[in-house]
Ligand binder design. Sequence first.
Ligand code: DP6
Length: 331
Amino acid sequence: MNQESAKTTALAHPNIALVKYWGKRDIERNIPAVGSLSITLDGLTTTTTVRFDPGLEDDRFFFDGREAPEMAGRVTCCLDRVRRRAGVSTYAVVESENDFPTAAGLASSASGFAALVVAADAALGAGLDRSELADLARQASGSAARSLFGGFVELKLTPDGPYPTETGQLLEPSAWPLRVLVAVTDPGPKAVGSTEGMLMTENTSPFYPTWVESSPADLSEARAAVQRRDFEALADVSESSCLKMHAAMLSARPGLVYWNGTTVQGIRRVRELRSGGVPVFFTVDAGPQLKAVCLPEAFERVERELAAIPGVTSMVASGLGDGARVVGDRR
Ligand code: DP6
Protein backbone atom coordinates (compact mmCIF):
# COMPACT_ATOMS: atom_id res chain seq x y z
CA MET A 1 0.00 0.00 0.00
CA ASN A 2 1.34 3.44 -0.83
CA GLN A 3 1.44 6.21 1.74
CA GLU A 4 -1.78 7.93 0.65
CA SER A 5 -4.92 6.55 2.20
CA ALA A 6 -6.62 3.62 0.46
CA LYS A 7 -10.38 3.49 0.67
CA THR A 8 -12.97 0.99 -0.56
CA THR A 9 -16.71 0.52 -0.07
CA ALA A 10 -18.27 -2.94 -0.11
CA LEU A 11 -21.78 -4.19 0.46
CA ALA A 12 -23.05 -7.49 1.75
CA HIS A 13 -26.41 -9.02 2.50
CA PRO A 14 -27.42 -11.03 5.53
CA ASN A 15 -28.11 -14.71 5.04
CA ILE A 16 -30.56 -17.04 6.71
CA ALA A 17 -29.49 -20.57 7.58
CA LEU A 18 -31.91 -23.31 6.56
CA VAL A 19 -29.67 -25.99 8.08
CA LYS A 20 -28.39 -24.28 11.19
CA TYR A 21 -25.00 -23.68 12.74
CA TRP A 22 -25.08 -23.79 16.54
CA GLY A 23 -22.03 -24.77 18.59
CA LYS A 24 -18.25 -24.50 18.33
CA ARG A 25 -15.74 -27.20 17.55
CA ASP A 26 -12.98 -24.78 18.58
CA ILE A 27 -13.91 -21.60 20.40
CA GLU A 28 -10.46 -19.97 20.12
CA ARG A 29 -10.40 -20.27 16.33
CA ASN A 30 -14.20 -19.94 16.01
CA ILE A 31 -14.56 -23.22 14.13
CA PRO A 32 -18.22 -24.27 14.00
CA ALA A 33 -19.24 -27.67 15.38
CA VAL A 34 -21.47 -28.28 12.36
CA GLY A 35 -21.70 -27.24 8.72
CA SER A 36 -24.61 -25.10 7.57
CA LEU A 37 -26.65 -24.26 4.50
CA SER A 38 -28.14 -20.83 3.87
CA ILE A 39 -29.79 -18.43 1.48
CA THR A 40 -28.40 -14.94 0.95
CA LEU A 41 -31.02 -12.17 0.95
CA ASP A 42 -31.14 -9.16 -1.34
CA GLY A 43 -33.68 -7.03 0.53
CA LEU A 44 -31.37 -6.08 3.42
CA THR A 45 -27.94 -4.53 3.00
CA THR A 46 -24.86 -3.61 5.01
CA THR A 47 -22.61 -1.03 3.36
CA THR A 48 -19.10 -0.65 4.76
CA THR A 49 -16.31 1.75 3.85
CA VAL A 50 -12.77 1.03 4.99
CA ARG A 51 -10.09 3.71 4.73
CA PHE A 52 -6.53 2.77 5.70
CA ASP A 53 -4.62 5.84 6.80
CA PRO A 54 -0.95 5.84 7.89
CA GLY A 55 -1.73 8.90 10.04
CA LEU A 56 -4.02 6.92 12.39
CA GLU A 57 -2.84 5.60 15.75
CA ASP A 58 -5.71 3.14 16.14
CA ASP A 59 -8.67 1.75 14.22
CA ARG A 60 -11.89 3.72 14.49
CA PHE A 61 -15.33 2.24 13.92
CA PHE A 62 -18.50 4.15 13.09
CA PHE A 63 -21.84 2.39 12.94
CA ASP A 64 -24.93 4.03 11.44
CA GLY A 65 -23.20 7.42 11.61
CA ARG A 66 -22.01 7.25 15.22
CA GLU A 67 -18.67 6.13 16.64
CA ALA A 68 -19.18 2.73 18.28
CA PRO A 69 -16.13 1.87 20.42
CA GLU A 70 -18.06 -1.02 22.02
CA MET A 71 -18.02 -2.83 18.66
CA ALA A 72 -14.49 -1.77 17.65
CA GLY A 73 -12.72 -4.74 19.31
CA ARG A 74 -14.26 -7.36 17.01
CA VAL A 75 -13.71 -5.11 13.98
CA THR A 76 -10.02 -4.65 14.86
CA CYS A 77 -9.51 -8.40 15.36
CA CYS A 78 -10.98 -9.04 11.93
CA LEU A 79 -8.92 -6.26 10.31
CA ASP A 80 -5.79 -7.61 12.00
CA ARG A 81 -6.24 -10.92 10.19
CA VAL A 82 -6.59 -9.19 6.81
CA ARG A 83 -3.61 -6.91 7.60
CA ARG A 84 -1.50 -9.90 8.55
CA ARG A 85 -2.26 -11.57 5.22
CA ALA A 86 -1.54 -8.34 3.34
CA GLY A 87 1.66 -7.69 5.30
CA VAL A 88 0.65 -4.22 6.50
CA SER A 89 0.02 -2.67 9.89
CA THR A 90 -1.79 0.54 8.92
CA TYR A 91 -4.89 1.40 10.95
CA ALA A 92 -8.25 2.15 9.39
CA VAL A 93 -11.44 4.13 9.75
CA VAL A 94 -14.42 1.82 9.19
CA GLU A 95 -17.89 3.21 8.56
CA SER A 96 -20.73 0.72 8.39
CA GLU A 97 -24.47 1.14 7.85
CA ASN A 98 -27.35 -1.31 7.94
CA ASP A 99 -30.69 -0.64 6.34
CA PHE A 100 -32.37 -3.04 8.83
CA PRO A 101 -32.55 -3.46 12.64
CA THR A 102 -29.31 -4.75 14.19
CA ALA A 103 -28.90 -7.53 16.76
CA ALA A 104 -32.45 -8.78 16.41
CA GLY A 105 -31.77 -12.16 14.84
CA LEU A 106 -31.41 -10.72 11.35
CA ALA A 107 -27.78 -11.79 11.10
CA SER A 108 -26.25 -8.32 10.98
CA SER A 109 -22.88 -9.71 12.06
CA ALA A 110 -22.90 -11.92 8.96
CA SER A 111 -23.31 -9.10 6.46
CA GLY A 112 -21.15 -6.81 8.59
CA PHE A 113 -18.04 -9.01 8.63
CA ALA A 114 -18.54 -10.15 5.03
CA ALA A 115 -18.58 -6.51 3.85
CA LEU A 116 -15.62 -5.70 6.12
CA VAL A 117 -13.26 -8.39 4.79
CA VAL A 118 -14.17 -7.62 1.17
CA ALA A 119 -13.67 -3.86 1.63
CA ALA A 120 -10.43 -4.27 3.60
CA ASP A 121 -8.96 -6.73 1.09
CA ALA A 122 -9.76 -4.42 -1.82
CA ALA A 123 -8.56 -1.26 -0.06
CA LEU A 124 -5.22 -2.93 0.64
CA GLY A 125 -5.03 -4.43 -2.85
CA ALA A 126 -4.35 -7.78 -1.17
CA GLY A 127 -6.23 -9.82 -3.81
CA LEU A 128 -7.19 -12.68 -1.49
CA ASP A 129 -9.44 -15.27 -3.09
CA ARG A 130 -13.08 -15.86 -2.08
CA SER A 131 -12.28 -19.01 -0.09
CA GLU A 132 -9.76 -17.19 2.01
CA LEU A 133 -12.02 -14.14 2.47
CA ALA A 134 -14.81 -16.48 3.57
CA ASP A 135 -12.48 -18.12 6.05
CA LEU A 136 -11.40 -14.73 7.42
CA ALA A 137 -15.05 -13.73 7.81
CA ARG A 138 -15.81 -17.08 9.48
CA GLN A 139 -13.18 -16.38 12.13
CA ALA A 140 -15.07 -13.18 13.03
CA SER A 141 -18.53 -14.76 12.93
CA GLY A 142 -19.38 -18.24 11.69
CA SER A 143 -22.40 -17.17 9.65
CA ALA A 144 -20.44 -14.34 7.97
CA ALA A 145 -18.56 -16.75 5.68
CA ARG A 146 -21.87 -17.58 3.97
CA SER A 147 -22.56 -13.91 3.04
CA LEU A 148 -19.48 -13.95 0.79
CA PHE A 149 -21.59 -15.96 -1.65
CA GLY A 150 -25.00 -15.43 -3.23
CA GLY A 151 -28.07 -17.62 -3.61
CA PHE A 152 -27.86 -21.03 -1.89
CA VAL A 153 -24.64 -21.47 0.06
CA GLU A 154 -23.05 -24.26 2.06
CA LEU A 155 -20.36 -24.01 4.71
CA LYS A 156 -18.59 -27.35 5.10
CA LEU A 157 -16.27 -28.50 7.84
CA THR A 158 -12.97 -29.37 6.17
CA PRO A 159 -10.52 -30.32 8.93
CA ASP A 160 -8.06 -31.68 6.36
CA GLY A 161 -8.36 -28.80 3.91
CA PRO A 162 -6.34 -25.59 3.57
CA TYR A 163 -8.90 -23.90 5.84
CA PRO A 164 -10.92 -25.57 8.62
CA THR A 165 -14.13 -24.64 6.80
CA GLU A 166 -14.85 -24.27 3.10
CA THR A 167 -17.78 -22.18 1.94
CA GLY A 168 -19.24 -22.09 -1.54
CA GLN A 169 -22.30 -21.52 -3.66
CA LEU A 170 -24.68 -24.41 -4.39
CA LEU A 171 -27.05 -22.53 -6.68
CA GLU A 172 -27.27 -19.01 -8.10
CA PRO A 173 -30.11 -16.79 -6.85
CA SER A 174 -31.82 -16.82 -10.25
CA ALA A 175 -31.71 -20.63 -10.48
CA TRP A 176 -34.44 -20.96 -7.82
CA PRO A 177 -35.76 -17.52 -6.89
CA LEU A 178 -37.37 -18.20 -3.52
CA ARG A 179 -38.85 -15.28 -1.58
CA VAL A 180 -38.38 -14.50 2.10
CA LEU A 181 -40.54 -12.57 4.54
CA VAL A 182 -39.13 -11.59 7.90
CA ALA A 183 -41.93 -10.94 10.37
CA VAL A 184 -40.40 -8.72 13.06
CA THR A 185 -41.99 -9.52 16.42
CA ASP A 186 -39.59 -7.54 18.61
CA PRO A 187 -37.15 -4.99 17.17
CA GLY A 188 -34.99 -4.83 20.35
CA PRO A 189 -31.60 -6.49 20.74
CA LYS A 190 -31.56 -10.19 21.58
CA ALA A 191 -31.17 -11.30 25.20
CA VAL A 192 -28.28 -13.77 24.83
CA GLY A 193 -25.79 -13.40 21.95
CA SER A 194 -25.03 -16.35 19.68
CA THR A 195 -21.53 -17.12 20.98
CA GLU A 196 -22.63 -17.13 24.62
CA GLY A 197 -25.80 -19.08 23.79
CA MET A 198 -23.80 -21.71 21.91
CA LEU A 199 -21.41 -22.21 24.80
CA MET A 200 -24.29 -22.56 27.27
CA THR A 201 -25.94 -25.11 25.01
CA GLU A 202 -22.74 -27.10 24.52
CA ASN A 203 -21.93 -27.12 28.19
CA THR A 204 -25.35 -27.97 29.59
CA SER A 205 -27.81 -29.40 27.06
CA PRO A 206 -28.19 -33.20 27.12
CA PHE A 207 -29.39 -32.96 23.51
CA TYR A 208 -26.30 -31.18 22.20
CA PRO A 209 -24.34 -34.29 21.09
CA THR A 210 -27.37 -35.53 19.15
CA TRP A 211 -27.76 -32.12 17.55
CA VAL A 212 -24.15 -32.24 16.29
CA GLU A 213 -24.36 -35.87 15.16
CA SER A 214 -27.54 -35.37 13.17
CA SER A 215 -26.32 -32.34 11.24
CA PRO A 216 -24.49 -34.08 8.34
CA ALA A 217 -27.65 -35.99 7.39
CA ASP A 218 -29.68 -32.75 7.41
CA LEU A 219 -27.05 -31.09 5.25
CA SER A 220 -27.05 -33.81 2.62
CA GLU A 221 -30.86 -33.86 2.55
CA ALA A 222 -31.02 -30.09 2.14
CA ARG A 223 -28.23 -30.04 -0.47
CA ALA A 224 -30.08 -32.66 -2.52
CA ALA A 225 -33.38 -30.75 -2.15
CA VAL A 226 -31.73 -27.55 -3.39
CA GLN A 227 -30.15 -29.37 -6.33
CA ARG A 228 -33.55 -30.86 -7.29
CA ARG A 229 -35.41 -27.58 -6.52
CA ASP A 230 -37.66 -29.71 -4.32
CA PHE A 231 -39.52 -27.21 -2.15
CA GLU A 232 -41.38 -29.75 0.02
CA ALA A 233 -38.16 -31.59 0.85
CA LEU A 234 -36.32 -28.35 1.64
CA ALA A 235 -39.24 -27.18 3.81
CA ASP A 236 -39.23 -30.41 5.74
CA VAL A 237 -35.51 -30.54 6.53
CA SER A 238 -35.27 -26.78 7.20
CA GLU A 239 -38.07 -26.74 9.77
CA SER A 240 -36.62 -29.84 11.36
CA SER A 241 -33.13 -28.33 11.65
CA CYS A 242 -34.57 -25.13 13.12
CA LEU A 243 -36.71 -26.91 15.70
CA LYS A 244 -33.87 -29.26 16.62
CA MET A 245 -31.56 -26.31 17.23
CA HIS A 246 -34.21 -24.65 19.40
CA ALA A 247 -34.76 -27.93 21.27
CA ALA A 248 -31.05 -27.93 22.13
CA MET A 249 -31.24 -24.26 23.15
CA LEU A 250 -34.36 -24.86 25.28
CA SER A 251 -32.73 -27.79 27.03
CA ALA A 252 -29.67 -25.79 28.13
CA ARG A 253 -29.50 -24.73 31.79
CA PRO A 254 -30.82 -22.14 32.10
CA GLY A 255 -32.89 -22.82 28.99
CA LEU A 256 -32.58 -20.36 26.14
CA VAL A 257 -36.01 -19.23 25.03
CA TYR A 258 -35.50 -16.97 22.03
CA TRP A 259 -39.15 -17.03 20.93
CA ASN A 260 -42.05 -14.92 22.08
CA GLY A 261 -45.76 -15.70 21.73
CA THR A 262 -45.92 -14.07 18.32
CA THR A 263 -43.06 -16.25 17.05
CA VAL A 264 -45.07 -19.34 18.03
CA GLN A 265 -48.23 -17.96 16.39
CA GLY A 266 -46.20 -17.40 13.23
CA ILE A 267 -44.85 -20.96 13.26
CA ARG A 268 -48.40 -22.32 13.62
CA ARG A 269 -49.74 -20.10 10.86
CA VAL A 270 -46.98 -21.10 8.42
CA ARG A 271 -47.64 -24.76 9.13
CA GLU A 272 -51.39 -24.33 8.60
CA LEU A 273 -50.70 -22.58 5.32
CA ARG A 274 -48.42 -25.36 4.10
CA SER A 275 -50.88 -28.07 5.04
CA GLY A 276 -53.43 -26.10 3.03
CA GLY A 277 -51.16 -26.30 -0.02
CA VAL A 278 -49.35 -22.93 0.22
CA PRO A 279 -45.63 -23.45 -0.50
CA VAL A 280 -44.05 -21.82 2.55
CA PHE A 281 -41.89 -22.88 5.49
CA PHE A 282 -40.53 -21.11 8.55
CA THR A 283 -37.17 -20.71 10.20
CA VAL A 284 -36.16 -18.89 13.39
CA ASP A 285 -32.65 -17.97 14.59
CA ALA A 286 -31.30 -16.79 17.94
CA GLY A 287 -34.03 -14.19 18.30
CA PRO A 288 -37.81 -13.87 18.11
CA GLN A 289 -38.22 -12.92 14.44
CA LEU A 290 -40.04 -15.37 12.21
CA LYS A 291 -38.59 -15.93 8.76
CA ALA A 292 -40.91 -17.40 6.16
CA VAL A 293 -39.46 -18.81 2.94
CA CYS A 294 -41.86 -19.33 0.05
CA LEU A 295 -42.19 -19.87 -3.67
CA PRO A 296 -42.80 -16.60 -5.55
CA GLU A 297 -46.47 -17.41 -6.29
CA ALA A 298 -47.25 -17.67 -2.56
CA PHE A 299 -45.58 -14.41 -1.59
CA GLU A 300 -48.62 -12.11 -1.39
CA ARG A 301 -50.73 -14.62 0.50
CA VAL A 302 -47.95 -15.29 3.02
CA GLU A 303 -47.31 -11.58 3.48
CA ARG A 304 -51.01 -10.92 4.15
CA GLU A 305 -51.30 -13.81 6.60
CA LEU A 306 -48.18 -12.93 8.60
CA ALA A 307 -48.99 -9.21 8.72
CA ALA A 308 -52.39 -10.11 10.25
CA ILE A 309 -50.80 -11.86 13.27
CA PRO A 310 -51.16 -9.63 16.35
CA GLY A 311 -47.67 -8.74 17.59
CA VAL A 312 -45.99 -8.61 14.19
CA THR A 313 -44.58 -5.08 14.28
CA SER A 314 -43.19 -4.90 10.76
CA MET A 315 -42.34 -7.05 7.78
CA VAL A 316 -39.25 -7.13 5.63
CA ALA A 317 -39.54 -8.71 2.20
CA SER A 318 -36.64 -10.09 0.24
CA GLY A 319 -35.59 -12.17 -2.67
CA LEU A 320 -32.28 -14.00 -2.97
CA GLY A 321 -29.20 -11.88 -3.48
CA ASP A 322 -25.57 -12.00 -4.50
CA GLY A 323 -22.48 -12.36 -2.37
CA ALA A 324 -20.48 -9.53 -0.80
CA ARG A 325 -18.89 -7.22 -3.35
CA VAL A 326 -16.95 -4.02 -3.83
CA VAL A 327 -19.09 -1.08 -4.92
CA GLY A 328 -16.71 1.84 -4.92
CA ASP A 329 -13.49 3.71 -4.97
CA ARG A 330 -10.06 2.37 -4.34
CA ARG A 331 -7.45 5.09 -4.52
C1 DP6 B 1 -28.76 -19.20 14.97
O1 DP6 B 1 -22.61 -16.63 13.23
O2 DP6 B 1 -23.77 -15.18 14.92
O3 DP6 B 1 -28.09 -17.67 13.28
O4 DP6 B 1 -19.78 -17.41 15.08
O5 DP6 B 1 -20.47 -16.88 17.41
O6 DP6 B 1 -20.55 -15.09 15.65
P1 DP6 B 1 -20.68 -16.58 15.96
O7 DP6 B 1 -22.17 -16.97 15.68
P2 DP6 B 1 -23.20 -16.50 14.57
O8 DP6 B 1 -24.32 -17.63 14.78
C2 DP6 B 1 -25.40 -17.81 13.95
C3 DP6 B 1 -26.37 -18.74 14.59
C4 DP6 B 1 -27.71 -18.86 13.92
C5 DP6 B 1 -27.72 -20.02 12.92
C6 DP6 B 1 -26.98 -19.79 11.63
O9 DP6 B 1 -26.94 -18.64 11.11
O10 DP6 B 1 -26.47 -20.79 11.08
